[in-house]
Design a binder for this molecule. Structure first.
Ligand code: ATP
Length: 421
């Protein structure tokens, strides 16, 4: 009872703070612009109930159909929300394009449609707390206040986080470092160099172990975080979650994360094989590796790590339960990167169906010089999408640049209503 009252009070205060940002004047402008974007905007509930939503068609309107013609019909939000079997949505793209806002708005919409939802940030630089305007730090499940149905958030593996959650990056790295070191890391290489065992040392060198240990492959933290979240999700306590939304790290990390299992597969396999060889070489070298039991533990740890990475890769490839949504903005550079991301995801067999083009300039009858140039630029980028072999087949979701920061549950609901249709 107390909790409900607290939730309501908090929701009201969020609504109030949102209303403070959205003045009746700019809200009206935003709403009529949104109405011009799609006929379905009629159903959008304005943060100002007294304002009616009148669709009008300003001069500079982008036509969805003229931008991209998907080769296959991709179902809309109705399909994303239907069914109680668990589904995963990963949102990714270049830094700053609006991944977190889109992920958070999707999570709010799932929760408001009756799904127990979990939104997870695996981006080492989290912004879920900022996006929801609530403190969601701590590396544990935190209830998000505001949505109609339970929504939980989890920020994992922030580089500087003081997380209590057992997968902060320090631990992820230590886990990897320990496992690899016990199986023939740089210490062993130096030792063998000193003993004149050049050939074996060379073989170790080939594995680039020093590099691996000093700078663990980018994407490792995120991969370990995702794999641990998956471990939790297998437990009964988490079985209630039917929609899991991942706010992933910027493109580069995601790509490396996808190639990581293969990389680790090869490296770990080699490390384990080499360990056997070296272990039987001399008892002096054997002593470097410690007791048999310790070696076995370390070997098991490495093997577990490899298995978990493979699970993460399999999750990304599961067409029935998973979808990767690319978020971009209409600039040539960002669209080019999105195209490369799509190509890499296709190569890894990761299902992608939708492309969100965020921050499109609102239509206006009177453009200033700056806006006119900007609009032309955006048109060029949208044209690129239409002609891009990787992107043109995706369902295009156009999301307008709004004149306020998307922050807090009411704002995210507002955004969700025009992005997720
Ligand atoms: N359509 C939009 N209109 C106006 N502001 C937006 C829009 N989309 C996102 N923003 C704002 O842009 C900023 C960056 O958004 P967000 O944090 O969602 O991006 P991101 O891709 O997750 O960034 P990062 O890669 O740094 O995590 C935020 O201040 C957000 O409120």
């Amino acid at each position: 009872m107390e909790k409900t009252a607290a939730l309501n009070a908090s929701f009201t205060s969020y609504s109030l703070s949102f209303n403070k940002i959205l003045t009746p004047k700019n809200s009206m402008a935003a709403v009529s612009f949104l109405a011009s974007f799609s006929p379905r905007i009629h159903s959008l509930s304005s943060p100002f109930p007294s304002l009616s939503i009148k669709p009008k068609r300003p001069t500079n309107t982008f036509q969805v159909r003229s931008v991209a013609a998907p080769t296959e019909d991709v179902a809309g939000f109705d399909d994303m929300v239907s069914g109680k079997q668990r589904k995963y949505y990963m949102l990714g793209g270049k830094g700053g394009v609006g991944k977190t806002s889109c992920a958070a708005s999707l999570a709010v919409k799932f929760a408001n449609n009756g799904h127990h939802t979990l939104v997870v940030s695996t981006d080492p630089a989290h912004s879920l707390s900022d996006s929801f305007a609530q403190d969601l730090t701590g590396g544990m499940l935190v209830p998000v206040e505001g949505p109609d149905f339970p929504l939980f958030a989890l920020e994992v593996c922030g580089i500087n986080s003081k997380s209590k959650f057992p997968n902060k990056p320090g631990e992820a790295r230590e886990e990897f470092r320990d496992a690899a070191k016990n199986n023939g890391g740089t210490g062993v290489k130096d030792f063998m160099d000193g003993m004149g065992l050049g050939m074996l040392a060379e073989q170790l060198g080939e594995l680039k172990l020093g590099e691996l240990l000093d700078t663990p492959p980018p994407g490792l933290d995120e991969a370990i975080a995702i794999s641990k979240v998956m471990q939790f999700l297998d437990s009964p306590q988490y079985s209630k979650f039917t929609r899991i939304v991942f706010d992933t790290a910027p493109t580069g990390h995601t790509l490396r994360l996808l190639s990581l299992p293969d990389f680790l597969d090869a490296s770990i396999g080699k490390i384990l094989k080499l360990r056997e060889k070296i272990a039987s070489a001399t008892s002096a070298i054997k002593s470097v590796f410690g007791q048999e039991e310790t070696r076995q533990n370390a070997a098991d740890k490495l093997e577990q790590l490899r298995e978990r990475m493979v699970k993460v890769r399999d999750l990304f490839r599961d067409t029935d339960s998973t979808e990767f949504v690319i978020v971009t903005i209409p600039t040539v550079m960002t669209v080019s990167e999105s195209s490369r991301l799509r190509a890499s995801l296709s190569k890894e067999n990761v299902p992608v169906r939708r492309l969100i083009v965020n921050q499109i300039l609102p239509p206006s009858a009177f453009d200033c010089k700056f806006c006119a140039v900007k609009r032309k630029d955006q048109m060029r980028a949208l044209d690129m999408i239409r002609n891009d072999p990787e992107l043109s087949s995706l369902k295009l979701i156009q999301s307008p640049l709004v004149d306020m920061e998307i922050r807090g549950v009411p704002a995210l609901k507002f955004m969700g209503d025009f992005v997720w249709k």
